[in-house]
Design a protein around this ligand. Structure first.
Ligand SMILES: Cc1ncc(COP(=O)(O)O)c(C=O)c1O
Length: 379
């Protein structure tokens, strides 16, 4: 099974994961703290990190301006922390709708969140500075780098933001432990030791078993079976795991993770471009290819789920990130709504070979040949 999501772990990773040493984890956090000159937060997921940061800032009843095309878990974290969201629109070919953004700023939000979806740098910081100038009361700037390829303080998408968030969840196409990481710049005083590390042997073992279990499922036809028995739910709550203590083994591999995440997917993006050039029904989305961790394309909404099923039957698992969007982002004239019904993400990453990519191209070609024949027969 070729899957767009796959935690890639080898023997070396097992060794690092097994180093469940509290001291090592603390060292990793101290290094990150110096690197970013900020308080470092770790939690099970990025959403929990955001929740903890807002709670530590003692925020309640505040308004946060968020894009209408991002992971709904972000809005859920904001709501659960006792705060609320308003949205700004994303427009074609994947950028901020500046009019809607300025309208949002006009409502004087307490914070503005940039979600650099597909690694696409969104000029949120620039637009906020342009609007507020030197005003001391300008909103807090949050950068959601869940789709970032690496953890870098000098990254354009991190610099100048008061809060920076990373998701190292297994469903990102990189070799990661399950972890959310956040930075709150030092100018904000917070309680000490917000990171509760757990070096329980039993939990670490369970985590390892889950890790390998997922590997097996994602690579085998079990995935197809699971999909048939219980197709993933769209909508509902994204607060799947309570904000919990983090395994020190996961934190201890942070450095190793950072080093491994310096991957370059550009050759894969270009190769897909070539393969798809002969399929006019598929349109690659404009993204920053240096930074992106996904290869998103759009197809007509009537084809999207059918292609997904067609590929799954042929052992190719494509992503639909994001087919579920935040609740108030729906509307006939909304690009986010259309995108959510049209997007597909192709498998990329170190586990994807040239042969795999060619197979994806052939299967998609076959889909459209069949779809066209079906259409001809109907008329
Ligand atoms: C753009 C974006 N932001 C935030 C998140 C939340 O990250 P996590 O799953 O680690 O909570 C995700 C999750 O996929 C995401 O894609």
């Amino acid at each position: 099974m070729l899957s767009y999501v796959r935690p890639v772990i080898g023997l070396r990773d097992l060794f690092v994961l097994w180093k469940m040493r509290y001291k090592l984890a603390r060292q990793s956090l101290t290094k990150l703290e110096k690197l970013f000159d900020g308080h470092i937060y770790v939690s099970k997921h990025e959403r929990h990190v955001l929740y903890h940061i807002l709670r530590d800032l003692s925020w309640s009843g505040k308004t946060i301006l968020v894009p209408d095309f991002t992971c709904p878990s972000i809005t859920e974290a904001i709501n659960r922390s006792g705060n609320k969201t308003i949205t700004y629109r994303i427009k074609k070919p994947f950028n901020i709708d500046e009019r809607s953004f300025r309208e949002g700023l006009g409502k004087n939000p307490d914070a503005v969140l940039a979600s650099h979806v597909y690694g696409h740098p969104m000029p949120v910081r620039e637009l906020v500075l342009e609007h507020f100038g030197d005003d001391q009361n300008k909103p807090l700037l949050i950068s959601d780098l869940a789709h970032a390829k690496s953890i870098e303080p000098l990254d354009d998408r991190a610099e100048g933001y008061n809060v920076v968030l990373y998701s190292l969840a297994y469903y990102k196409p990189m070799p990661f432990p399950d972890l959310g990481v956040g930075v709150l710049r030092k100018s904000y005083p917070v309680r000490d030791s917000n990171n509760e590390l757990d070096d329980s042997v039993v939990r670490t073992l369970i985590e390892l078993i889950v890790f390998y279990g997922r590997e097996i499922v994602l690579q085998s036809p079990i995935l197809k079976l699971l999909y048939q028995i219980a197709p993933p739910k769209v909508g509902g709550s994204y607060w799947s795991v309570p904000p919990s203590r983090v395994l020190s083994s996961n934190v201890a591999c942070l450095e190793h993770v950072i080093e491994r995440s310096q991957l370059d997917f550009r050759w894969q993006f270009s190769y897909y471009d070539q393969l798809l050039a002969g399929i006019p029904q598929i349109h690659p989305l404009t993204i920053d290819r240096r930074l992106a961790t996904y290869y998103p394309v759009t197809v007509e909404p009537r084809h999207r789920n059918q292609i997904h099923e067609f590929c799954l039957k042929r052992n190719i698992y494509l992503g639909r990130i994001f087919s579920y969007i935040i609740p108030d982002a729906h509307g006939i004239d909304r690009y986010s709504d259309w995108l959510a019904d049209s997007v597909l993400n192709f498998p990329i990453g170190s586990h994807v070979t040239v042969k795999d990519m060619e197979r994806v191209g052939r299967v998609l070609q076959k889909y459209f040949v069949i779809a066209e024949k079906y259409n001809e027969n109907k008329h």
